[in-house]
Design a protein around this ligand. Structure first.
Ligand SMILES: [Zn+2]
Length: 269
């Protein structure tokens, strides 16, 4: 497609989206970014994709696991303070190490990642990281990029729209290609994850220990963490960036009304 056509397509696509917003900034980090998707478009798409996932993926019947994810997730949700979100938390029975938060607050945790955790704070950190991607609207930013590439994006069939939102939020499903988050988005979700877990009353240093462990085991081939790392690339530079942010996160932790430290020990095998 030539540049002129691309600009026309992008403009047409933008017109088809209600309340398209321009430059806005990410909470806590203050980074400004261009969004052509409205929050309500993202939330509606997230809700539809979530309904579809509930039909296609196997929801875990483990009441203890679901209660745990709901309890820890609620604390992260309270810390995130998003009045427009309609939060839901579910555990999916899937051996892959993955977790996600769709726009509007639909949080899924796979049994494959739950089994690698030794305490509640690690779960709080992973949910915090995923919620961080959602409140920063990283999926909307990715969709904006695809809108800029194709007029078709706004006119896609429902199925393709679901697929697009799932891919935009890094959900592993049977839908095919998963785009890894960019380095910039990963760093930002790390920052937001540390702040949210600390505000929720979980010791943020536990998350850094967990990621360090991830980076050791995730590199080996056939590791169950491979899938998670393929959508959330992790390296020593990311871990040292989080270490630098720890003092700021500790300030939020020190101000938290309830402190849980590492929380309860977990042993889902
Ligand atoms: Zn991530």
């Amino acid at each position: 497609m030539n540049t002129g056509k691309r600009i026309l397509c992008a403009a047409a696509a933008a017109l088809l989206l209600t309340a398209a917003s321009a430059c806005q900034s990410v909470p806590y980090t203050g980074r400004s970014r261009m969004l052509m998707t409205s929050e309500s478009y993202e939330t509606d798409s997230g809700k539809q994709a979530w309904d579809e996932l509930k039909k296609t993926e196997t929801i875990s019947t483990d009441a203890t696991a679901n209660a745990l994810v709901a309890r820890v997730g609620k604390r992260i949700a309270d810390a995130a303070d998003c009045p427009n979100f309609s939060w839901e938390f579910l555990v999916f029975r899937n051996p892959e190490a993955n977790a996600f938060c769709l726009p509007g607050g639909k949080v899924g945790v796979y049994t494959g990642i739950l089994s690698s955790m030794s305490c509640e704070a690690e779960l709080a950190g992973v949910i915090g990281h995923e919620v961080g991607h959602a409140i920063a609207r990283h999926g909307g930013e990715r969709m904006t990029q695809s809108l800029l590439q194709s007029i078709g994006a706004a006119l896609l069939s429902e199925t393709t729209r679901n697929e697009q939102i799932l891919q935009a939020y890094g959900v592993v499903s049977n839908l095919g290609v998963i785009l890894p988050y960019s380095r910039k988005h990963e760093h930002e979700a790390d920052t937001l994850g540390l702040i949210l877990m600390a505000k929720a009353g979980y010791d943020p240093s536990s998350l850094i220990a967990f990621w360090r462990n991830f980076s050791k085991t995730g590199g080996s081939s056939g590791s169950f963490l491979e899938k998670f790392l393929s959508t959330h690339p992790l390296d020593s530079e990311r871990i040292s960036a989080m270490e630098k942010q720890l003092p700021e996160a500790m300030q939020y932790y020190n101000r938290a009304k309830n402190k849980y430290g590492k929380g309860e020990s977990l042993s889902f095998r």
